[in-house]
Design a binder for this molecule. Structure first.
Ligand code: BDR
Ligand code: CA
Length: 319
């Protein structure tokens, strides 16, 4: 057992079924202590995401400060989310017991900046929704990159197709202007793209273990995953689900170590053409091994050393 104190972690999310898995995983992870959670419009509205987050935290018996963040992307308007993926409520139409917990005062960018100042140089950021709040925090506090330890982002598609357009992944494609700012900022970023999240699925037998565990959070997650499995089956061909956000969480925690993850230049297409939302990763000559691009600050995770699902299940079943 490690004697290191847990690392302070700020989570930015659009809770969402796989966001809920990520949050539960983090609550079960001794390596980190969640010190703040901001929500953003993506899978559902930022306000709904906050409600889902607060109710999940209440079910787990682990209250944390939750702040509602950006209602709309930097350019344009929130499009109503992804009910076909996450259900009308974001939780697979499988409501959690309601709680009377309320968001804190101030918005998510404000909470992120307060956390960064409270743990200067130590705060780790995990972003598993559109990057609007992070971009807004950078605008309000230009010193933010110097105040945080590092940033892990679930987003993008390096060598595989997108999931909301032929080239754009949802978290990047729902606010490309914000993603461009966040990926260009001078802080160490680990990008966890579809390349690796789609190739590490959860199976129906895993879902049944959660559902029948008798543990309140795991049982709720098993229930909401039913809807997510229906959607994911449309492209996997059978009932299973991608593990986007929990995998990014495990990499942020340091509990899962990437196998191939070169540091390369990454540019976000924020033009209005067919490439809008694409993460253009300069992987020329680098995707088979580790040679980093000198000066690059974005590590793109392409594969893992081990299957992720068994580790995820171990932690979720212990919560
Ligand atoms: C990402 O988009 C959202 O639907 C998921 O929660 C995940 O963060 C996957 O593209
Ligand atoms: Ca998400």
């Amino acid at each position: 057992m490690s004697l290191e104190p847990p690392l302070p972690l700020y989570v930015d999310c659009d809770t969402g079924i796989d966001d809920a898995l990520a949050l539960a995983y983090l609550l079960a992870s001794p390596e980190v202590e969640i010190v703040g959670i901001g929500t953003v419009s993506g899978n559902v509205s930022a306000a709904r995401a906050a409600r889902n987050t607060l109710d999940l935290l209440a079910l787990a018996g682990t209250p944390r400060p939750v702040a509602v963040g950006a209602a709309h992307p930097l350019a344009g308007r929130f499009d109503g989310g992804a009910p076909h993926v996450h259900g009308d409520d974001g939780l697979g139409n499988h409501p959690l017991p309601g709680s009377d917990a309320e968001p804190v005062a101030g918005d998510a960018a404000d909470l992120l900046i307060r956390c960064a100042r409270a743990w200067p140089g130590r705060l780790r950021i995990l972003a598993v929704g559109p990057l609007t709040n992070l971009a807004e925090a950078l605008r309000r506090e230009p010193e933010l990159p110097a105040l945080v330890s590092d940033v892990t982002i679930m987003g993008g598609a390096a060598l595989v197709p997108g999931n909301i357009s032929p080239v754009a992944e949802a978290n990047i494609g729902n606010d490309p202007e914000a993603a461009a700012l966040v990926l260009a900022a001078d802080w160490p970023v680990t990008l966890v793209p579809l390349d690796v999240t789609l190739s590490n699925p959860l199976e129906e037998s895993d879902r049944m273990r959660l559902l029948t565990s008798g543990r309140p959070v795991a049982t709720a997650l098993g229930g909401m995953l039913d809807h997510y499995f229906d959607f994911n089956a449309t492209f996997y061909g059978d009932r299973r689900s991608a593990l986007h956000d929990p995998l990014a969480a495990a990499i942020a925690v340091g509990a899962v170590v990437p196998a191939v993850a070169p540091r390369v230049e990454v540019i976000v297409d924020d033009t209005s053409g067919p490439g809008r939302g694409q993460t253009i990763c300069d992987l020329r000559g680098r995707f088979l091994g580790h040679p980093d691009q000198p000066g690059a600050h974005v590590r793109v995770v392409l594969s893992l050393t081990e299957d992720f699902a068994p580790h995820l299940l171990d932690r979720l079943l212990a919560l």
